[in-house]
Design a protein around this ligand. Structure first.
Ligand SMILES: [Zn+2]
Length: 414
């Protein structure tokens, strides 16, 4: 914690119920005494604000027993976020495959589903399919639709996070500007009321949409690298995209286009799925490696086929993955020089030793020693669940952000 007590690092007063919740959730103040000290509020005012959070079911007394109070005197009861009062739905959409999960507010996956869903079939079909999975996950775990506080969705394209719409996506034809939030909300309502015939009449569940690599980066950073102030994850599957987390927050750029590395021109004559020639994704993605393998007489239709060949130790696949890694590493030398990250994580179908070796070869050769001195280049920790965990974390961060808490408490009547 920096700054004077009672002030945030941004300089504003830190005194609403939402601010107290934030202090408890982040672990910066977990007793009434610490909250008083941090905010400068009186004991009575802290008590009133905490009572609202208790009535909402958002806070509870910690199981760990009393701790020493910063104000002295009797040991104090600790407070903690009660992650059991609601659940989150999350989905991670790839070009031909999707995963969905029901998570607790603290990021534990309670139930999961995955299968074929083809982005090219268009938003109507795909979002309806996801909503059906969501309804099944609720039934399977015995949760009612009313227990869901929010939904997070990752998509393989650039997203305007304000509107939740994808913008000129190179690999999602039919999705440009489509109202994903509205359609997913309606489909979810249809699928969850269909079985009972009851219109629950509840307001629609908030839907948050973000780029898939962004959500993976957020999930990995939040669960394993919270102290890393500049974190980059590069997803190499059908396409190539990066997510950047700076000071604990996703960096999206002004139009949600930050990190779209796949369509950087690398000076080849290969035709890309976006219609241009010479894109990085046209020579170094899972799809590009699959094509090269097929040409060499090893049939592979997609990045996930390449993943299977790599897992089986196929030498041709390993050689091509390493070459793809060198191509991507060349581009990442610029990324690393610009951002000076502490962690550069490789995720997706090609993430593995051969690709990583290729990345390192070029990266350390091309980037300045200063920008790689404290850099860890690693493969993903959470595997295929990173996007789901990131989506769940993002939904919780948005819904329990101080500026949103007042409105939500008022809606609950507390
Ligand atoms: Zn392209």
């Amino acid at each position: 914690m920096t700054g004077k007590p009672g002030r945030t690092a941004r300089g504003g007063a830190q005194t609403s119920a939402g601010d107290l919740l934030d202090l408890v959730r982040s672990g910066r103040a977990v007793t009434r005494g610490a909250l008083q000290q941090m905010t400068g509020l009186s004991r009575a005012t802290v008590g009133q604000r905490l009572d609202r959070l208790f009535r909402a079911g958002w806070l509870r007394e910690g199981a760990g027993g009393p701790v020493d109070s910063p104000l002295g005197g009797r040991p104090a009861i600790t407070l903690e976020f009660d992650g059991s009062h609601a659940v989150v739905l999350a989905a991670d959409l790839d070009t031909r495959h999707a995963r969905a999960a029901l998570l607790t507010l603290t990021g534990e996956i309670l139930a999961e589903r995955s299968g074929a869903l083809v982005v090219e079939d268009g938003p109507e079909v795909v979002l309806d399919g996801l909503a059906r999975w969501f309804a099944e996950l609720l039934t399977e775990t015995g949760h009612s639709p009313a227990a869901v506080c929010g939904t997070g969705l990752g998509v393989p394209g650039p997203v305007d996070s304000e509107t939740g719409r994808v913008i000129q996506p190179p690999m999602m034809s039919g999705w440009d500007g489509y109202d994903i939030r509205g359609r997913l909300s309606r489909a979810f309502a249809e699928h969850t009321s269909a079985g009972t015939g009851i219109d629950t009449g509840t307001s629609p569940v908030p839907v948050f949409v973000d780029n898939d690599a962004n959500l993976m980066a957020y999930g990995e950073q939040r669960t394993g690298y919270q102290d890393c102030r500049a974190f980059v994850l590069v997803k190499v599957s059908t396409g190539i995209g990066a997510g950047v987390v700076v000071d604990g927050a996703l960096y999206r750029g002004v139009d949600g286009g930050a990190g779209d590395l796949g369509h950087i021109r690398v000076g080849t004559d290969a035709l890309c799925r976006c219609g241009s020639y010479g894109c990085l994704a046209a020579v170094a993605s899972g799809g590009a490696v699959a094509r090269r393998l097929t040409e060499a007489g090893v049939p592979a239709a997609s990045g996930s086929d390449v993943r299977d060949l790599l897992a089986a130790g196929h030498p041709e696949a390993a050689a091509l993955a390493r070459e793809a890694g060198r191509r991507v590493g060349d581009v990442l030398a610029t990324v690393v020089t610009l951002l000076n990250p502490g962690v550069l994580m490789i995720a997706g179908d090609l993430a593995g030793t051969p690709f990583l070796t290729g990345v390192r070869e070029l990266l350390y050769q091309r980037a300045l020693p200063r920008s790689t001195a404290h850099l860890d280049v690693l493969t993903a920790r959470l595997g295929e669940r990173a996007g789901l965990i990131g989506a769940g974390a993002l939904v919780v961060e948005q819904l329990y952000a101080p500026e949103r808490v007042e409105e939500r408490l008022a809606a609950l009547g507390v």
